[in-house]
Design a protein around this ligand. Structure first.
Ligand code: UD1
Length: 315
């Protein structure tokens, strides 16, 4: 049994990590400022995780949270590209300075390993499928912040031998992904609109593609990264290896929900990338990781959660 700190543990991905680790008998502490995280996300592990309310920008809060842990899964971040374009300073403070606080506290506390949530946004308009060794090309302050976070983590590995793994998540979806905000992920928003019988807005022509990966697979990748040392000091793509356009996504959802989804068009978003798809080879070679959840099954679970499981229903 190990002790895990999950920053952002009340959020979408963090709460799935908490549930899985508790289920495996580990001890879990969560640091969350509840800006987007929600207590309800942790209802399945209520009373079985330690919850600290605090912000990763607060060095003392981070130090307290990290003390006594074996592993840190650093998920806390501002996740919206658009929000980063509107307010780059806040993205810098949370995603970069916050990550540095986590690395420094982990170094001081002699943590066994930090696993960092990074993003495929770092590839920008680079070649497809994206490989870890290719040049990065951040197109938004968000992408730049994730790349800077990776760089700090890797520098702590080189300078202080603090083991770390940077997981470049592609587009993660699944139950508990917030669907109320215009900054939410596209699948969460589209499902909410489909369920409510409302039109969806497509920014651009809808032919942009994303590599969608189910949250349960992302959880497995994090656990593998802790259990093996083969990926220490490396960045790894965590995606499905398959690109899907927004128009394909809409057709899948129409079939699944048995509805017609009206489209409203809007201009492409600033900072948006056109195509995204990973080469999953490195994660497979180093961690034996490959996604197990079929796209349709993941969508189905997400639709069911939005229909039945969520307390806040109105999009
Ligand atoms: C998402 C994540 C980001 C992650 C990245 C990895 C969110 C909010 N952002 O960014 O944290 O690092 O994946 O690739 O989860 N779109 C519409 N209509 C909508 C909403 C979105 O057309 O109502 C379009 C966007 O313009 C974009 C695509 O759908 O072209 C995906 O958008 P979004 O889900 O916000 O994800 P990313 O920007 O790829």
């Amino acid at each position: 049994m190990s002790k895990y700190l999950i920053t952002g543990g009340a959020g979408f991905i963090g709460s799935h990590l908490a549930e899985s680790l508790v289920g495996r008998g580990h001890s879990v502490r969560i640091l969350d400022n509840f800006s987007t995280g929600r207590k309800e996300n942790l209802s399945a592990v209520s009373g079985r995780v330690e919850i600290l309310e605090g912000d990763i920008r607060d060095r003392d809060a981070v130090r307290t949270a990290v003390a006594g842990m074996d592993f840190v899964l650093h998920q806390a971040a501002l996740v919206s590209v658009t929000q980063s374009v509107e307010n780059p300073e806040e993205t810098l403070a949370v995603n970069v300075a916050g990550t540095l606080n986590v690395m420094q506290a982990a170094r001081e506390a002699r943590i066994r390993k930090v696993v960092l949530a990074s993003s495929c946004a770092v590839y920008g308009a680079g070649p497809i499928p994206a490989r870890e060794e290719q040049s990065t090309m951040p197109l938004s302050p968000y992408a730049a912040s994730k790349l800077a976070g990776e760089s700090f983590a890797l520098s702590y590995y080189s300078s202080y031998q603090l083991p770390c793994v940077c997981l470049r998540y592609f587009n993660v979806f699944g139950p508990r992904q917030d669907f109320h905000s215009p900054y939410s992920g596209v699948i969460a928003i589209f499902i909410a609109r489909a369920v409510a019988g409302k039109p969806v807005t497509i920014y651009g022509d809808g032919r942009q593609t994303r590599d969608f990966i189910y949250v349960g697979d992302v959880v497995r990748a994090n656990i593998l990264a802790c259990e093996s040392d083969r990926a220490d000091g490396r960045v790894l793509n965590i995606g499905s290896g398959r690109g899907r356009s927004l128009l394909e996504l809409r057709s899948e959802l129409e079939a699944l929900c048995g509805v017609r989804m009206k489209l409203e068009r809007s201009a492409p978003r600033t900072g948006d990338i056109r195509h995204s798809r990973c080469s999953p080879a490195r994660a497979r070679a180093l961690l034996g990781f490959s996604p197990q959840t079929d796209f349709r099954a993941g969508l189905d679970a997400t639709v069911r959660w939005q229909r039945d499981g969520s307390e806040l229903k109105t999009p």
